[in-house]
Design a protein around this ligand. Structure first.
Ligand SMILES: [Zn+2]
Length: 131
């Protein structure tokens, strides 16, 4: 969809801090993170809601999310990673992952963390990236 920001990220028209990519899915850091490493996993094809995706794709989707969550558990040496399906912020199916977020998230936080840019952001992306 032309006016969908996630569709534009999926085709590379808008840059992102890419964490994982395959033919069907893309994961990248949220530019307004609620915790360090806040990640969005999307299907590259436009679906309005996760619930609109065909069954076989939902299975693959969850396997990718699981892979990324377990990667974060390993590289960040943490146990807890919260997954969240909401969907009202951007009208393109997406799943949030919040690594190490226990006790750290007050929905909607007044002050968001700085964007994953600069030297600190580069280090974080290098640590989390799976591709
Ligand atoms: Zn879209």
């Amino acid at each position: 969809m032309v006016n969908c920001i996630f569709c534009q990220i999926a085709v590379g028209k808008i840059p992102c801090f890419k964490i994982y990519e395959d033919e069907i899915f893309l994961a990248f850091l949220d530019i307004n993170p609620w915790v360090l490493g806040h990640t969005l996993i999307i299907p590259k094809k436009h679906y309005r809601w996760v619930w609109d995706m065909p069954d076989d794709l939902v299975g693959q989707y969850f396997a990718v999310v699981n892979k990324i969550a377990n990667h974060y558990r390993k590289v960040l040496k943490i146990e807890f990673v919260m997954g969240w399906i909401y969907g009202l912020e951007v009208p393109h199916a997406h799943i949030h992952l919040f690594p190490d977020s226990r006790g750290k998230i007050a929905f909607y936080p007044k002050e968001k963390l700085p964007q994953p840019s600069g030297e600190e952001g580069e280090k974080l992306v290098a640590k989390l990236r799976m591709i």
